[in-house]
Design a binder for this molecule. Structure first.
Ligand code: 8YV
Length: 326
């Protein structure tokens, strides 16, 4: 008997075929996320669940008595209540590494876009407002040779550091739970306190997982410590930033600009004041959104799922749930 799994997120055909070789399954075919009530109804017999971002908590797990594994098609797993999953010996997996370079590319795109005002000036040209006069009002700021401060030097942070160091000759400061001696050597990076990083960086980039500890990691006090000429970039999770404090810092000229791929509420509300500010570049959480990387994420998530429901150790189990397999 093939184990039965539920696919709550559409996956590429090749990935679905791989799952079909090892599991019987049903799937959500909608383009919009599966409604919570619908998902709960689908889990009665499921031994495995493939998702992106759906909340995995006691309420859902109460509807899934046979569940052994939940496989996230994302590296971030702040949607997992790992305590609830551990209590029920349900393994949880994510998709690290396969997206590092793609997310790092996007982080540099945000740095360059915010520094050189790309969206704003693209719009000026398209609105026919490019005039034959001094272009000083169009000036931006340099990226090359400046100081990049990375808060959260994980695998994606390192990929960003490499681009900044070797592609843009930037000086790298970083703050992290643990020192990373290899990374310091490779990038000639300096491990500093968060305060020193905020005071000295021309670009402050947030790349931390969202946890209780990192909720609103960047608030009024932190933005006040940044240079007035500095640019803030967030490619982690929106909840790591106090958006009200960021809005004020941008409006009051406490910092120069921001580049945001993530928001407290996603999709972000059109009324969010951040969207009204010309010195803010906004993107719809597309860090990993390339055809190849999303395929690789889906395939890794499928391999993790199949391994877990066929009694093998998945490749990328989240730290808190290592060894809990039912
Ligand atoms: C996901 C991401 O695509 O991997 C992550 O943690 O944030 C993205 O790659 C996103 O979670 C989809 O909502």
């Amino acid at each position: 008997m093939k184990p039965y799994v539920y696919l709550a997120k559409p996956v590429p055909e090749e990935v679905e075929n791989y799952i079909a070789e090892h599991c019987s399954y049903d799937k959500w075919e909608g383009s919009e996320p599966i409604p919570r009530s619908e998902l709960l109804q689908k889990l009665g017999q499921a031994e495995g669940l493939l998702i992106t971002g759906e909340k995995i908590d006691d309420e859902l797990l109460d509807h899934a008595p046979n569940l052994k594994a939940v496989s996230n098609i994302s590296v971030g797993y702040n949607n997992f209540d790992t305590d609830a999953m551990k209590r029920r010996s349900i393994i949880g997996t994510n998709t690290p590494d396969v997206l590092n370079e793609t997310v790092a590319d996007l982080a540099l795109a945000l740095m360059l876009s915010a520094a050189r005002r790309v969206p704003e000036l693209d719009k000026l040209v398209k609105d026919g407002k490019w005039e034959k006069k001094s272009d000083e009002p169009l000036f931006g700021v340099d990226v090359h040779g400046k100081t990049l401060g990375i808060i959260g030097m994980g695998r994606i942070g390192e990929a960003i550091g490499r681009r900044a160091k070797f592609g843009f000759n930037m000086d790298i400061l970083y703050h992290n739970r643990h020192r990373k001696m290899e990374t310091e050597k490779e990038l000639d990076a300096s491990y500093v306190s968060q305060e020193e990083l905020l005071q000295k960086s021309d670009f402050v980039l947030l790349m931390v997982p969202y946890t209780e500890e990192t909720k609103h990691l960047m608030g009024r006090e932190q933005f006040a410590q940044m240079k007035k000429s500095a640019i803030f970039i967030n490619t982690s999770r929106g909840q790591t930033v106090d958006e009200g404090a960021l809005t004020e810092a941008l409006q009051n000229g406490e910092i120069l600009a921001a580049g945001l791929d993530v928001f407290d509420q996603e999709p972000v509300s059109p009324d969010n004041p951040l969207l009204k500010l010309p010195n803010v570049v906004t993107l719809p959480h597309i860090g990993s959104a390339t055809y190849q990387t999303r395929f690789d994420m889906a395939m890794l998530a499928a391999e993790n799922l199949v391994a877990a429901v066929t009694g093998k150790e998945p490749t990328t189990v989240v730290g808190e749930l290592k060894g809990v397999l039912k």
